[in-house]
Unconditional design. Structure first.
Length: 237
């Protein structure tokens, strides 16, 4: 047996020379895989610069030094790359997404709040995006809430002052243009915290609607976050 069963750590052999090399390789891999943080699960090109110990999940079709390593973990080690295989049940924090994912044997899936052995589960998500204000009257977001999601709230922050002839604005969805608030501020760092008394489920993708009050929009940017739950199906047989 040359390596451990779970993490693939190299083992020292009897009468082996240069034992410190094997030991250091094992420690480097252990350091990278314990309390796992992935820099990304979507980047397919190795970064030009990276720090020892940083880890990427290699997606399908990766190139250059990651070519042929689809589905594996790429670990920066002494300026180069070593690779490890994740196992079903592993969890990792994905840095460029700001969320936790778990490995189900085929890919890194968003973490579930509860999950059955069949794969059926419940997961909570926050869909955050910057929405540029369109000049004129009411308009909808380019980003849509997924179909069959159950929405609990929408929060937001003005990250670029809203300008125009308006005095305030309201935020809505699914036919109610003030579902998440009205009389909302237009100044920098003004915010909205629209919490629903009864969660809303849409059976097709739903955009958010922004409506000016007392005038029209000219420009600005609002960072919006939709807080919702998704229900995943059992795996096919």
């Amino acid at each position: 047996m040359d390596e451990t069963a779970n993490l693939g750590l190299p083992l020292l052999q009897a009468a082996q020379a240069q034992k410190h090399v094997t030991m250091n390789a094992a420690l480097a891999r252990l350091d990278a895989l314990t309390q796992l943080t992935l820099q990304s699960v979507a980047v397919g090109t190795p970064p030009a610069t990276a720090l020892d110990g940083q880890v990427w999940a290699v997606p399908v079709g990766a190139v250059n030094a990651w070519a042929g390593q689809d589905g594996r973990l790429a670990i920066v080690d002494n300026g180069g790359w070593i690779f490890a295989d994740p196992a079903p049940g592993w969890r990792a924090y994905v840095a460029d997404e700001g969320q936790e994912r778990h490995y189900d044997g085929t890919g890194w899936q968003p973490a579930h709040a509860a999950r059955a052995a069949s794969g059926a589960g419940l997961r909570f998500r926050v869909l955050e995006f910057d929405h540029p204000i369109a000049a004129g009257d009411a308009h909808v977001s380019a980003v849509h809430v997924p179909s069959h999601a159950t929405v609990f709230a929408v929060t937001g922050r003005v990250v670029q002052k809203i300008t125009g002839t308006l005095s305030s604005w309201r935020l809505g969805m699914d036919g109610a243009d003030n579902r998440f608030g009205s009389g909302l501020g237009i100044g920098l760092n003004s915010y909205v915290r629209g919490v629903l008394g009864s969660p809303l489920t849409g059976y097709s993708p739903m955009p958010l609607e922004l409506t000016p009050e007392g005038g029209e929009f000219a420009a600005g940017t609002v960072r919006l976050a939709v807080h919702f739950a998704e229900f995943t199906l059992p795996a096919p047989v």
